[in-house]
Design a protein around this ligand. Structure first.
Ligand code: TA6
Length: 297
């Protein structure tokens, strides 16, 4: 059901239920792969992935916390909160650090795993002290991820975050994302202009957009694999849609030159106006459920 394995330098957990296999790295509590028996994988993992301590693994579901992306591109309250962080890496502080596996509850057709990030007492400057971070993973017919932050301190905490999910697709030229129509988005590749999405999103080049005011469900229509992959989120109204396309791919680590054709990131997030403020004692969760449905014949 749940087996501890080592990949390179990393401790990983292989989870099997009656119909699916899930692989998670303890470092960063990073889901690495998820596949249901007899189906194409839902989550993409680079063929060039390397498993090194302190280094992100390319693919899966990196946890971006306590800020998303470039700290300097975050709301002032988030920048202010972590201004002391040195270094201040892209996507925050915890995706390359060790988490703890607190609890496993494995049944034949469902598994629950609870990962916790226990902050170092003498964490580097800028840590959001007294915030408990948990990733709860529930696998049944779907994969459910819930990232919860509990402010155990006496001061309010601001943060931005994302579950940076890399989806496997048959061919980026052929898929489209449904459910975005009418939403506003920030076009980070054109001076962070705010625009409105008309119709479904198709991919014709590098795409790196922050969608705002999203509905709970968006889907990836993948005709070649005869399926729709659904994302149902809660605690989030924003998501980042990213494909590096050709040129940016060449600048990415652990990324084969043609890999851009087979992956698509839709990152369930709390960013920009959707960033999180935790009052003293408050707990909030960012959650997403992922599953695929065959296209009706
Ligand atoms: O989520 C989109 C993004 O911010 C892209 O701009 C790209 O930087 C991607 O994340 C991957 O970032 P990483 O630090 O994991 O290589």
């Amino acid at each position: 059901q749940v087996e501890r394995i080592e990949l390179g330098e990393l401790v990983c957990w292989r989870v099997r239920t009656s119909g699916a296999e899930l692989l998670i790295a303890q470092q960063g509590a990073q889901v690495l792969s998820y596949q249901r028996d007899g189906e194409a994988p839902l989550i993409w993992l680079s063929e060039q992935a390397s498993y090194r301590k302190g280094q992100g693994v390319r693919g899966g579901v990196p946890v971006c916390w306590p800020w998303f992306g470039d700290l300097q591109r975050n709301p002032a309250a988030v920048q202010q909160m972590y201004r002391g962080s040195d270094p201040a890496p892209a996507h925050g502080l915890v995706r390359n650090l060790d988490w703890q596996l607190l609890e496993v509850d494995a049944r034949a057709d469902a598994v629950d795993l609870d990962f916790a990030f226990i902050q170092p007492e003498q964490g580097p400057a800028g840590w959001p002290h007294n915030v408990d971070l948990r990733l709860h993973i529930h696998l049944d017919q779907r994969l459910h991820l819930s990232l919860s932050s509990h402010n155990r301190g006496t001061q309010p905490v601001s943060l931005s975050q994302a579950l940076h999910t890399y989806f496997a697709v048959s061919d980026i030229h052929q898929v489209q994302v449904e459910g975005l129509a009418g939403s506003h988005y920030i076009e980070t590749l054109h001076d962070w202009e705010e625009r409105t999405q008309h119709g479904d999103l198709v991919f014709e080049g590098e795409t790196d957009r922050i969608y705002l005011d999203l509905p709970e469900r968006v889907s990836i229509l993948d005709p070649a694999w005869q399926r729709r992959v659904h994302l149902h989120s809660s605690g989030s109204r924003s998501a980042v849609v990213w494909n590096p396309w050709i040129d940016k791919s060449l600048r990415l680590s652990q990324f084969a030159s043609d890999a851009w054709q087979r992956m698509l990131c839709i990152e369930t997030a709390n960013v920009l106006d959707d960033a999180v403020q935790l009052a003293a004692g408050e707990r909030k969760s960012l959650a997403v459920s992922l599953w695929a449905e065959p296209l009706s014949r």
